[in-house]
Design a protein around this ligand. Structure first.
Ligand SMILES: Cc1ncc(COP(=O)(O)O)c(C=O)c1O
Ligand SMILES: N[C@@H](CCSC[C@H](N)C(=O)O)C(=O)O
Length: 448
């Protein structure tokens, strides 16, 4: 049977590859999806066609939908193919991300999986040398098992990308700021260089670290943007989710095909929770990044090497602010000593020792042991990931409490020397170049 032909009302649409597309979800349309108000307003403003005028989209907790005729083909038939709660979320996200189409799936990695299924064996992918560990793991799997050639280059340097881009390049995958080294990648320059060299190559941006509140990669030249909805979009660490957005409707159809074929669409309940979470994104992000700025300045002023794009000392400060509307709420700092970093992390009380970020609660972690442990030690060394690096993911708590708790943890861990003038980092990476060893516990202050 030729299954590429529309069979009946239920499969009236095929995508460019001839795949049958089920009837739902109806793609978000630019006409009903375009932003009209400031982002903070659009985040909370929604329109629904709910039969009772519910102001919050109901959870359509149903696997199947009764059809009005034996031909099927009503707007919804089966939740794997489409669900009204998910569609409502997807249309809202398309509006927020300034895209023609948004798709909601079960996690950020699920989103990258859907995107990379656009690849064919022999295709080449260019990506960074400082990447979230899970992204690195999926790309390594694709290169070992699926015949995809992956080039890891320093994407902070456009020339390094230009050197490897070719007619075999199918995707260029970027993160900015990178996780966890907080390096900045020039999306517009890379997108132009890649599209000039190969107009079929897709530029993909993982926007998890900034969220649509602070950056719109589609407006900077990206073809597809995705985010882990587990982070800022939902904001409470109570769901796993991923969102993909693009402006090319045929790409949207292809990715929707994969979502329906593999069954990774976001569940109705998680769609509801993500929809509820995203409404407070602006206010959360504003508070989180204000707190992060205070903590970054606090650590830097006490002699720690801090990586945060809100600090003028960040080597790519101007580049970051040319693309983004804020610095985000993830920063990392070094102590010069792994054991010392461990003591700081374990001494903190307000900051949960946890992977992830973007939550209302503040978190502290050691990326090389936790979020990025799936990158082997040799590769971490080659990529110059400091083993002692500590990542702070800042929440919405009272900033004085956050500073107090971090100060106490630094003192308790022996990370600072206390003088009459205050306290100062003892680690080898202190910004003033001092090399005093943190292993010299004779100089450790004691907690009063
Ligand atoms: C930058 C970045 N992208 C993608 C992901 C994957 O998201 P998820 O955990 O929702 O699969 C993460 C973290 O997990 C991340 O930090
Ligand atoms: N054990 C998990 C680690 C998830 S890390 C989550 C987040 N992206 C972060 O950077 O903290 C795994 O192996 O994926």
């Amino acid at each position: 049977m030729d299954d590429s032909k529309p069979l009946n009302k239920a499969f009236s649409k095929v995508d460019l590859d001839g795949h049958n597309l089920p009837p739902s979800p109806a793609p978000s349309s630019p006409s009903n999806g375009r932003r009209r108000y400031a982002l903070a307003t659009e985040l909370v403003y929604t329109e629904t066609k709910d039969q009772y005028g519910a102001s919050s989209i109901p959870v359509y907790q149903s696997a199947t939908f009764k059809q009005t005729s034996s031909k099927g083909g009503d707007e919804y038939d089966y939740t794997r193919s489409g669900n009204p709660t998910r569609t409502h979320l997807e249309r809202h996200m398309a509006k927020i991300m300034n895209a023609n189409r948004a798709l909601a799936v079960g996690s950020g990695m699920g989103a990258l999986d859907v995107i990379t299924r656009l690849l064919r064996p022999g295709d080449e992918v260019i990506t960074g040398d400082d990447l979230y560990g899970g992204t690195n793991r999926l790309l390594t799997y694709l290169s070992s098992n699926q015949g995809i050639i992956v080039h890891h280059v320093d994407t902070t340097d456009v020339e390094r990308v230009r050197e490897v881009v070719s007619d075999k390049t199918a995707m260029v995958l970027l993160e900015t700021p990178t996780n966890p080294l907080i390096k900045i990648v020039d999306i517009p320059s890379i997108a132009k260089a890649v599209h000039d060299a190969n107009n079929k190559a897709l530029v993909i941006v993982d926007n998890t670290m900034l969220s649509p509140m602070l950056c719109n990669p589609l407006e900077l030249g990206a073809d597809i943007v995705y985010e882990s909805g587990t982070k800022y979009l939902s904001g409470h660490h109570d769901i796993m989710a991923g969102v993909i957005a693009c402006n090319d409707t045929s790409l949207g159809d292809k990715m929707y095909f994969t979502i329906n074929a593999t069954g990774c669409g976001l569940s109705p309940n998680d769609s509801f929770l993500l929809m509820r979470g995203v409404k407070t994104l602006a206010i959360r992000m504003e508070k989180q990044q204000a707190n992060a700025q205070v903590l970054a300045e606090f650590l830097e002023s006490h002699g720690f090497r801090v990586r945060y794009p809100g600090l003028k000392s960040h080597p790519q400060y101007d580049l970051h602010w040319s693309m983004a509307r804020g610095a985000g709420a993830v920063l990392s700092f070094e102590t010069g000593d792994v054991a010392l970093s461990e003591r700081i992390v374990e001494a903190a009380k307000l900051y949960g020792i946890s992977v992830s970020f973007g939550c209302v609660n503040s978190l502290i972690s050691m990326p090389c042991r936790m979020s990025h442990a799936s990158i082997d030690a040799k590769t971490r060394k080659e990529r110059q990931m400091p083993e002692d690096i500590i990542r702070l993911c800042v929440g919405i708590e009272d900033v004085h409490d956050l500073v107090d708790d971090l100060s106490r943890a630094l003192v308790q861990a022996g990370a600072v020397t206390i003088t009459l003038d205050g306290f100062h980092a003892v680690g080898a990476t202190a910004q003033d170049g001092s090399t005093s060893s943190s292993n010299d516990t004779s100089s450790e202050p004691t907690l009063s």
